[in-house]
Design a protein around this ligand. Structure first.
Ligand code: 6PG
Length: 250
């Protein structure tokens, strides 16, 4: 490991790519760069992945011949930003999505993967995952090298939905939280953990996100009510990667 270089100043960046495939490639580049920096500086890359549908292209891109060697998955430890309260085999499971499109194709060692146990009672599962994070990071707020986030049309990110209790969590790291629109319970990292990230990357695509992206990034009236507006890394970079469709109203 090299002597720690002077830390690059945190950056705030909004990148608009022509389409969802190019946006996924840009996110793959960010993840590869974060991984290289982390492994060079600390010997390990800790990444927290979101679910939903947008990450699928990113995962598939990372598994291509062009990218599969750009990340040292032997020294990468994979965590999750959130999880639906379903079993890992369920079609709505974020872990299942990552396993199918990323973990299995890249043969990421199972010992390097830390899933949230959506099959367990939510409060117990949240406490168990917090214990996993304490074992990994110690007593300080977990500082992931890269936090991958998506954005819902209602301005939610992770499983922090407008008006839900987990948004107010200031000390806990993992919380059970309802997903009102989906009528299900979730497990989610809390804002203190998201904002401790060294590099927080929003990957957003699709015209259905154009309005909320414009409200958020254009700081239009009411944007502060949107959970994603609360993601402001304290000592890290914040990078928005958008396709032209989702950026169309900027
Ligand atoms: C989840 C995600 C969630 C997602 C947004 C966007 O578990 O669903 O973590 O926060 O990022 O809902 O979802 P899409 O990528 O499907 O639009």
């Amino acid at each position: 490991m090299r002597a720690l270089p002077p830390q690059a100043p945190p950056r705030f960046e909004i990148r608009v790519l022509p389409n969802a495939a190019e946006a996924a490639r840009a996110a793959a580049e960010e993840l590869a760069a974060a991984g290289a920096d982390a492994i060079t500086d600390r010997g390990v890359f800790r990444v927290a992945l979101s679910g939903g549908t947008t990450p699928t292209r990113l995962f598939d891109t990372l598994a291509t011949a062009r990218y599969r060697r750009r990340v040292d998955w032997e020294r990468t430890r994979v965590f999750f930003v959130d999880e639906r309260c379903v079993p890992p085999s369920h079609e709505r499971s974020n872990y299942r999505l990552a396993k199918k499109h990323l973990l299995d194709p890249l043969q990421v060692p199972p010992r390097n993967v830390f899933r949230m146990k959506g099959e367990d009672e939510p409060r117990r599962a949240a406490a168990a995952y917090e214990k996993v994070l304490r074992q990994e990071f110690g007593a300080r707020a977990p500082r992931f090298d890269l936090v991958l986030l998506g954005l819902g049309a209602d301005g939610h990110t992770a499983s922090l939905f407008p008006g839900t209790a987990a948004l107010a969590e200031k000390t806990g790291w993992v919380a059970p939280n309802p997903a009102p629109s989906a009528g299900e319970w979730r497990l989610t990292l809390t804002l203190p953990v998201l904002n401790a990230g060294r590099r927080v990357v929003f990957l957003v695509a699709g015209s259905d996100k154009a309005s909320v992206v414009a409200t958020l990034l254009g700081k239009k009236p009411g944007y502060r009510k949107l959970p994603a507006s609360r993601v402001r890394p304290t000592r890290g970079s914040l990078v928005w990667i958008l396709d032209e469709s989702s950026a169309a109203q900027l």
